[in-house]
Design a protein. Structure first.
Lengths: 292, 910
């Protein structure tokens, strides 16, 4: 696991080419914290939204006299409702994410990198980022928060499970949830957690990070496969013969994840740890930023 | 190392068996240990069915199979040999003795090999060894000359069998003065050689191992004449089974080259020690005999040499001297002419002639002899001489005939009688056919032999039995009486044509021959003693004649003793006389060597048959093959179609060659049967085969253009494998490398010849002289073939006019005779009499016809012939011969029947 500073440096480097990220306000969240996020409706904010005729009951102070002076009616200057959105991010740090096939990076490192790069982008956009169940669980923004995030991601001291499950989201519903994981855990743990997350947040992204070897299953001969913690093992005499069956199982799992995404309106992105991180970050950027 | 009778020649290889347990462990772990891989997606694999289940452990039976294969291979390479005759186990000094005499010669190579093996074994054990051949001079020096066994090997390899018997008595004496104990390995020839004490002497010194070959030797006794026929006696030791013998008589052809004159087969019956084999051959051939050889055993004793005593009889001619003018009608002249070709004539007076030890004395019209001469003559006859007397005026006039003269077979009337003269009513009398018990029986009596005068025997009770020939009125013409060991014969007519026409006829010569041949005592041994004889040619151990190493004269007395190094067998000369000394003397017999008890006796050559290496290796190989199948079966790959295809292919490949061969035969048969095909015999020499093919192709073109025979491309056949029946004609060029045909092939060729086939043998060496190597190859080849009697092509043979009129049959060479079957009908029962319609089954020549016929791809002649126009003419003649030949083959004797056409036409015209 990279040191926080290195992670931060790499994340900044990754995020560098992209502009500041604002979460697309597709849904209005019941979030009162002010932000720079225009809500496309009049409300509290700093940006001009529209002029409208003053109606009885409007406060005298709300009248824009300069505008009103150019006509007979009195106008009120409305400002856009600007709110800061919260994005909840989860980067799986279970043991299974430590797997590194033939490539250079583990799945976990890639997840952390993407998570932090996304955080940096969001922070630039003034959004608030929350990493539930970590020391950076509170949605904030600013330099210190980013440092906290980097520290949280680098923290490996905690006892880690074999397979990660999505954490419960904080009571303040985030606008968007991004989950980085391999989703290889047992069915009865992975999917209930996802269901809960989907209930808590209407907009979310499943970024599944797999190692190329996990996709292609390039093994042969007599092999005993073990999970990273050694808790699960499976022996075969001729691994190649299992290739087809394994791929079918993997496809089945993928299909189920897609089903879930379709049902809940979430999005699913596939990423392989051997490939460049740019495309998936770009996809997230454009997805979250509503610039699809 | 040995386990009982089982001996391992390379026992250290058995250490390889120690590897087996290691291998056991290795083989058991056949499936490799699994790799342990960290793999997060392992949950996806859970409860997947593993389609290929490999057994964790090799099944026990497969393991045992592999171990067995390996053990078999290891044991095989350790060279186990079942030795029924375990080599002497001792480590002390060893005496290796070989008999090395003539009886060892037939299987000399095997003996040397066995002795080598023994010496090598002794060398391995480091035993001090003495090696002795009993037929060679014994080592000099005191003490036993022990040396390292390896040192003796060179001596052994240079050794050759000697043409005399081993001198065991001398060796026993040699041993007696030398101390020391030793084991003995004695490679004997199994014959006693009149000295059996050696074994006992050897037993005194240590363990004795006697080794012999399974085959007991045979020997020829000196040639003799029995009942007028050349005969020899084959001696052997009693055997439990009959032994077939084949003997050949060799002599010189009229031109001096050695040829086989006759052969005879005989059977040495079980338990018999000798069989006498007579040879039926004319006197003329008998006189040319040089030696008789027992085939199939190359030893000095299987050759019986013919000396002078056998070859030419000495005949003393005694008669009245006549004036020069009437010499041509002198009785002696007739006798001389009749006898000259086959005998040595002595012309001296009686006393001197008798000193020269003649076989026959002929007295032509000698009336009275002096008493001393008569008594000497009588003594000579009683010793076995043959006295042949002819009548005449003097005998008729003498009074001796009226007395009971021992030198006359019958008493004679004085004066005789004359028949058919001018003053007589009677006519000259003819001869009666000869009685069956007469020595002349079977001779044809010509009609023109008449007797006009004779001396007449006085009737006596025993006159009839003394009569050998009589006139048609019963008067004795030839009478004979035994006297002592000898015989007296009287012709009652003169030896010239005065009294009868008998001396003018061929019958006269034949009668003389019969009498001369039947002179039993003629083979009386040449008087050896008293003279020194110089060896001219001596036999070596294998029975080959060669010049002597040191032609030192040997005293006659020594030659009467058994042959040895100082008097080797061979031909000896003293003055004009040549005497043959054979390995065995006439009264020698072969006896088995008796061995005292306590001697181990082994038989040579059985050991090799018991080597287990090949079968063990074969077993290991088949077990490994089985293992392949079993492994495939165990891993489930046997059901795999690819594997099955591979196995099927393998099986197919192993079968394929036979299938191909069969297809080839069928194709050959189709080609040969569908068209007329000229065939040649493949010799194995590619150049010769190429010429044969080109020659027959050229001949085919000529035939195609000029005749109605349109042959297809020629075919080369292998007489050993191909079916010959399709081919009307086989062209067989001879090469030096021609080997005698194996019996099966001979049988095929004989069948081909007797069922209408024809073979043109071409020795191709007419340009090189009379009898080249190819001719010898032909002789070797045809020894096993049924070749009828041959003659040069007669002037009126069908071959000379089957298509063209030809007088000679040139090929690339010319002017050598071409031989065909004798055209007179074969005698009754002859194999080729009528089977072939009189067409000769073989034509033999040496003119290299194929080369004359041969054309290249552009149909131009391949070989130059002669020079200029004459050469072209010769080539044309060669082609014409080819045309005539094929016509002769195809039409048989049709052309010779044509001579009757005028007569047939004339008859039709009537």
């Amino acid at each position: 696991m990279a040191a926080p500073l290195h992670l931060r440096r790499d994340a900044e480097h990754l995020a560098d080419p992209l502009p500041a990220l604002l979460v697309a306000a597709k849904q209005l969240a019941a979030n009162v914290s002010l932000g720079i996020h225009g809500c496309r409706q009049s409300g509290m904010g700093e940006s001009f939204w529209q002029y409208r005729q003053a109606l009885p009951g409007d406060a005298m102070s709300a009248i824009d006299w300069r505008r009103s002076a150019r006509s007979d009616t009195v106008f009120i200057r409305e400002r856009e409702w600007e709110a800061a959105h919260t994005v909840a991010i989860w980067a799986d740090n279970a043991l299974s994410m430590d797997f590194r096939g033939s490539g250079e990076t583990t799945k976990g490192a890639r997840a952390n990198l993407l998570a932090l790069a996304l955080s940096v982008l969001l922070d630039k956009g003034g959004e608030r980022v929350a990493f539930p169940a970590t020391i950076a669980a509170d949605p904030r923004h600013g330099e210190r928060h980013l440092q906290r995030i980097a520290q949280a991601l680098s923290d490996v001291s905690a006892e880690r499970p074999e397979y990660g499950t999505a954490p419960d989201l904080p009571p303040l519903k985030p606008a968007t949830t991004v989950l980085f994981s391999d989703f290889l855990g047992p069915d009865d743990q992975v999917f209930p957690a996802l269901e809960r997350a989907a209930k808590a947040c209407h907009c979310g992204y499943l970024v599944r990070i797999l190692d190329p070897q996990e996709e292609s299953f390039p093994f042969d001969g007599r092999v005993v496969f073990e999970s990273m913690g050694g808790g699960v093992s499976f022996e075969t005499h001729r691994a190649r013969a299992l290739q087809e069956a394994y791929r079918a199982r993997l496809a089945e799992r993928t299909e189920r994840l897609r089903d879930f995404a379709q049902r809940t309106g979430w999005h699913m992105l596939d990423h392989r740890s051997g490939e460049s991180a740019q495309p998936v970050l770009l996809a997230l950027f454009s997805g979250i930023g509503g610039r699809e | 190392m040995s386990l009982g009778p089982l001996v391992f020649l390379s026992p250290w290889l058995l250490a390889g068996l120690l590897v087996l347990p290691v291998l056991w462990w290795l083989l058991r772990a056949t499936p490799p240990a699994p790799r342990h891989l960290k793999f997060p997606a392992v949950r996806l694999l859970l409860r997947l069915h593993d389609p290929e289940k490999i057994a964790d452990k090799t099944p026990l039976w497969l393991l045992l199979l592999r171990m067995l294969a390996l053990a078999a291979a290891i044991v095989a390479f350790a060279d186990p040999v079942l030795d029924p005759d375990p080599q002497a186990e001792g480590n002390g000094p060893l005496l290796v003795v070989m008999d090395g005499g003539w009886a060892s010669a037939p299987d000399w190579a095997a003996r040397v090999q066995a002795a080598e093996a023994t010496l090598e074994q002794a060398a391995r054990r480091g035993r001090p060894t003495v090696f002795v051949s009993l037929s060679r001079p014994l080592p000099q020096g005191a003490g036993l000359p022990f040396r390292d066994a390896g040192d003796w090997l060179a001596e052994l390899r240079g050794l050759e069998p000697q043409p005399w018997a081993p001198d065991r008595a001398a060796f026993a004496d040699w041993l007696a003065v030398r101390d020391g104990n030793f084991d003995t390995w004695w490679l004997t020839d199994g014959l006693s050689h009149d000295a059996s004490g050696l074994a006992a002497v050897l037993v005194d010194r240590g363990a004795v191992q006697v080794v012999d070959t399974a085959r007991s030797p045979l020997a020829l006794l000196p040639l003799s004449t029995v009942e007028g026929r050349l005969s020899t006696t084959v001696a052997g030791v009693p055997e439990p089974a009959d032994r077939a013998l084949s003997l050949k008589v060799f002599g010189t052809a009229p031109n001096g080259t050695p040829v086989a004159l006759a052969r005879a087969d005989a059977l040495l019956e079980a338990g018999e020690t000798s069989v006498t084999v007579p040879f039926d051959m004319p006197l003329e051939l008998r006189n040319r005999t040089t030696r008789v050889v027992l085939e199939g055993s190359a030893s000095a004793a299987s050759v019986a040499l013919a000396g002078d005593g056998l070859r030419r009889r000495k005949v003393a001619l005694i008669g009245a001297q006549v004036q020069e003018g009437s010499q041509l009608v002198s009785p002696l002249f007739y006798l001389q002419k009749a006898l000259e070709p086959s005998v040595v004539l002595l012309r001296a007076d009686l006393t001197d002639s008798l000193l020269a030890a003649p076989d026959v004395v002929i007295l032509a019209d000698v009336g009275t002899l002096s008493d001393s001469s008569a008594s000497k003559l009588q003594a000579w006859v009683e010793q076995g001489g043959l006295l042949l007397r002819f009548a005449g005026p003097r005998l008729a006039a003498s009074a001796s005939g009226t007395r009971d003269d021992p030198l006359l077979p019958v008493r004679l009337r004085t004066g005789g009688r004359s028949l058919g003269g001018a003053m007589s009513w009677s006519t000259p009398k003819r001869l009666q056919p000869f009685a069956a018990n007469s020595p002349f029986s079977g001779l044809p009596v010509p009609d023109d032999v008449t007797v006009s005068a004779q001396v007449v025997a006085q009737p006596a009770p025993d006159l009839a039995e003394r009569t050998l020939a009589a006139l048609e009125d019963g008067t004795p013409l030839v009478t004979a009486r035994d006297l002592g060991k000898g015989r007296v014969v009287l012709f009652h007519v003169t030896a010239n044509a005065e009294w009868s026409t008998l001396p003018l006829s061929g019958l006269f010569v034949q009668m003389l021959e019969r009498l001369s041949v039947s002179s039993g005592g003629a083979g009386a041994p040449v008087d050896l003693a008293g003279r020194d004889w110089t060896p001219e040619q001596v036999l070596d151990g294998f029975g080959r004649l060669g010049p002597p190493e040191n032609p030192v004269p040997v005293s006659g007395a020594r030659l009467l003793e058994p042959v040895a190094a100082d008097a080797p067998p061979g031909l000896y000369r003293a003055g004009e006389e040549v005497v043959a000394i054979d390995v065995l003397r006439a009264d020698d017999r072969l006896e088995t060597l008796d061995l005292p008890a306590g001697i181990r006796f082994g038989v040579l050559g059985e050991r090799r048959a018991q080597a287990f290496k090949p079968p063990l290796l074969l077993m290991a190989l088949s077990l490994l093959l089985l293992d392949i199948l079993a492994t495939l079966g165990v891993t489930g790959r046997l059901r795999n179609s690819g594997t099955m295809q591979a196995l099927g292919l393998l099986a197919l490949v192993s079968i394929l060659p036979f299938g191909e061969a069969r297809a080839g035969t069928d194709e050959l048969a189709l080609r040969a049967a569908n068209e007329t095909v000229l065939a040649y015999v493949r010799t194995g020499d590619p150049e010769v085969d190429r010429i044969s093919a080109a020659g027959l192709r050229g001949l085919g073109l000529v035939l195609f253009r000029r005749t109605s025979i349109e042959p297809a491309a020629p075919i080369g056949v292998d007489v050993e494998t191909d079916e010959l029946g399709f081919f009307p004609l086989l062209y067989w060029p001879l090469t030096e490398g021609q080997k005698p045909l194996p019996p099966a092939a001979s049988e095929r060729v004989n069948r081909y010849l007797s069922s209408g086939g024809m073979i043109l043998f071409d020795t191709r060496d007419a340009g090189q002289g009379v009898a080249g190597a190819n001719t010898q190859a032909l002789q070797r080849l045809t020894a096993s073939l049924d070749i009828p009697p041959l003659e040069p092509v007669p002037q009126d043979h069908v071959l000379t006019r089957a298509f063209y009129l030809l007088q000679d049959f040139p090929g690339r060479w010319a002017k050598t005779p071409v031989w065909v079957e004798v055209s007179t009908p074969a005698p009754e029962g002859g194999r080729f009499a009528n089977i072939n319609d009189g067409v000769s089954p073989v034509i033999i020549g040496g003119n290299d016809w194929a080369a004359a016929w041969a054309v290249d791809a552009d149909n131009r002649p391949m070989f130059p012939i002669g020079r200029g126009l004459a050469g072209n003419r010769q080539r044309e003649m060669a082609r014409r011969f080819g045309v005539n030949l094929v016509m002769y083959v195809m039409t048989g004797n049709y052309k010779s029947d044509q001579v009757h056409v005028p007569a047939l036409l004339e008859r039709l015209g009537e």
